[in-house]
Design a binder for this molecule. Structure first.
Ligand SMILES: Nc1ncnc2c1ncn2[C@@H]1O[C@H](COP(=O)(O)OP(=O)(O)OP(=O)(O)O)[C@@H](O)[C@H]1O
Length: 597
């Protein structure tokens, strides 16, 4: 797509109100850099003047130096021309770097703000938005502005100034000749408008085709095992060939659009030069203008059509940058769903968990995932949640950890509604240990300390010691300084779980919310995880989403969740005796165990 100006779809175009709003907001963000910005604009004005000063000096040299054979004037003109060329060089170079610095700083700030905001946004946002769309905000939307801040803005300002100043100067020097030469301008403007529209359409088609070719390619590679296993290579290759042909056509179309436009602009330049020489020459013989003025026209007119061409291309770029900025501002304006209220209080260090009349749904217009849930968990109690898949166990656990707020009802800890608690105390008191721990780039130590950055090395070791995990990690070649490769790929699933447990131990929470792992580990690690978990649970309130009935058997109480309600609640023995859902589940499980043993 090189050489093609950026494009924008109808849906993305901003209306004038939105455009004004985006501009105003961008200007506010630019305010700290306004001095640099003015400096850049001043420099652009200076080098634009230099562009026009060149032909002017030539004109002067001809009329006052060459024609009257005055060597002194000619020499001065040559010196002036060199000075102007030097000033042009310095001003242009400084303008490029100054403006780019302002633009790049603006983008840097924007990226930082967007990332920080993304980190703050709560789970409901991530449920609503697709990861691809969020990443596109940071990649293609920022990229859309990148070209603009690097050269586009500069070209835009200088092309506009050049156009206006050149027309004024030409008018002042000879308005008669200017009107004759301006004959081509309306055609160039019309051609530029058509080009702007056509190239926009071509750009969008190329972009779509690239997208579908890439997804075809990705599917062909990711699914290569299935493709080969079923002998579908030919079919896939034919499908790809079709996409590829579409991409070729789209590229050719975009070249075609440029191929008629660029020569038209060149032609207009040559045509106008011919007019300037022809008509201008006649005017010289009639003593209406001097030779110098004709030279000025010839040289300046050749500079005049380029700005028109640039402006037509920059128009698309400006529009797509505006749309990108609008999307980024919208993202920055997205409210944090799980926010801290003003005047929030710290949660007490211990307390009862109370779930009262809770109703919850993920999407505002979606179905209830939980309804009428009531539950009280005493400090130090272990509650196992069991139930069929999709019943709402994880959702209930997420509400207890305030990953989401209930739609109706309350969840409280120690008598404080979680919505009234400070987020810091909330994350300290209630910790979620997911099925599979996520590891970040860095060492194992960094990964454990992540949850409490102020913890010392000794604190980390103490946490590991408490869980009986110290040796397990210190036995690794680099011990706790072992680098975890991307997404923890160098650690086994079991080791990742151990890191998760160590993180929880470092926080030392009052409540643990555990999602029991379903994948099985090697027996050695499994035993280590079990033991560490047992220590970690000691003296804490635990809610465990149990996937094995051996876990619920050991819990103080069991809650059976089916179809979004807490159907049964009691000790294991009570529920087995009651002969309900749990009893049936348990009987099946125990029966299965008996038949395998
Ligand atoms: N982030 C989400 N956005 C929308 N719907 C969701 C989301 N997470 C879960 N659900 C839906 O909510 C319902 C309850 O899901 P939940 O994960 O709580 O069930 P679960 O009992 O924990 O099941 P499992 O044992 O399979 O994890 C399901 O219908 C599920 O599709």
């Amino acid at each position: 797509m090189r050489g093609m100006p950026a494009g924008i779809s109808e849906d993305d175009k901003l209306d004038s109100e939105q455009a004004k709003h985006v501009l105003r907001r961008a200007a506010r963000m630019m305010r700290p850099h306004r001095r640099q910005l003015w400096l850049a604009i001043g420099l652009i004005a200076l080098y634009t003047l230099c562009i026009l000063a060149g032909p002017y000096i030539v004109s002067w040299a001809i009329d006052s130096g060459i024609t009257p054979r005055d060597a002194g004037v000619l020499n001065t003109a040559i010196a002036a021309y060199i000075v102007v060329a030097l000033v042009h060089y310095v001003a242009q170079r400084t303008a490029i770097t100054t403006l780019a610095r302002v633009g790049e700083t603006f983008l840097k700030d924007l990226r930082r703000r967007v990332f920080a905001h993304l980190q703050r946004l709560s789970m409901p946002f991530y449920d609503r938005e697709k990861a691809g769309v969020i990443i596109a905000r940071m990649t293609s939307d920022i990229d859309a502005m990148q070209e603009l801040v690097q050269m586009g803005l500069l070209q835009f300002v200088s092309a506009t100034m050049l156009l206006v100043l050149a027309l004024i100067l030409l008018f002042v020097m000879s308005w008669q000749l200017m009107f004759v030469c301006a004959i081509a301008i309306p055609f160039v403007v019309l051609a530029s408008i058509k080009f702007q529209k056509d190239s926009n359409r071509a750009y969008l088609t190329v972009r779509d085709r690239i997208g579908s070719t890439l997804s075809n390619l990705q599917e062909g590679i990711a699914g290569v095992r299935v493709i080969q296993a079923f002998g579908r290579q030919e079919v896939e290759s034919t499908r790809f060939a079709g996409e590829n042909r579409g991409l070729y056509d789209a590229h050719m179309e975009s070249v075609k659009v440029q191929s008629w436009y660029v020569p038209i602009i060149e032609f207009a330049g040559h045509f106008t030069t011919a007019i300037a020489i022809g008509v201008g020459g006649w005017m010289v013989t009639e003593d209406i203008v001097t030779i110098g003025v004709v030279a000025f026209f010839v040289l300046t007119l050749s500079n005049l059509f380029e700005p028109i061409q640039q402006l037509s291309q920059l128009f698309n770029q400006l529009q797509s940058s505006g749309a990108a900025l609008q999307k980024l501002f919208e993202l920055l304006d997205t409210d944090v769903d799980v926010a801290e209220r003003p005047g929030a209080v710290d949660l007490p260090s211990e307390g009862e968990i109370e779930v009262r009349d809770v109703v919850f749904r993920y999407a505002p217009d979606g179905e209830d995932v939980l309804s009428g849930v009531n539950l009280t968990i005493s400090p130090g109690e272990r509650l196992a949640l069991v139930g069929p898949t999709g019943a709402g166990k994880s959702t209930l656990a997420k509400l207890v950890a305030r990953m989401y707020d209930p739609v109706e009802g309350t969840v409280s800890f120690g008598g404080v509604d979680l919505r009234d608690a400070t987020l810091r105390s909330l994350r300290q008191r209630i910790v979620v240990v997911p099925q599979e721990g996520f590891l970040f780039h860095g060492t194992i130590r960094d990964n454990i300390r992540l949850v409490r950055p102020e913890a010392t090395d000794a604190d980390v070791v103490r946490a590991l010691d408490a869980l009986g995990l110290r040796e397990r990690f210190e036995d690794l070649e680099d011990g706790l300084d072992t680098e975890v490769a991307e997404r923890g790929s160098r650690l086994s699933a079991g080791e990742k779980q151990l890191v998760s447990l160590a993180r929880a131990a470092l926080i030392d929470p009052a409540v643990l919310v555990l999602d029991e792992a379903t994948s099985s580990l090697d027996p050695g690690t499994e035993a280590l995880v079990e033991r560490a978990l047992e220590v970690l649970m000691e003296g804490r309130t635990v809610i465990v989403i149990a996937h094995r009935l051996s876990t619920s058997e050991r819990a103080d109480r069991v809650g059976v969740v089916t179809e979004g309600t807490l159907r049964e609640l009691g000790t294991h023995d009570e529920l087995v005796a009651a002969g309900g859902h749990y009893a049936a589940l348990y009987a099946t499980w125990a029966g299965g165990l008996a038949s395998t043993s």
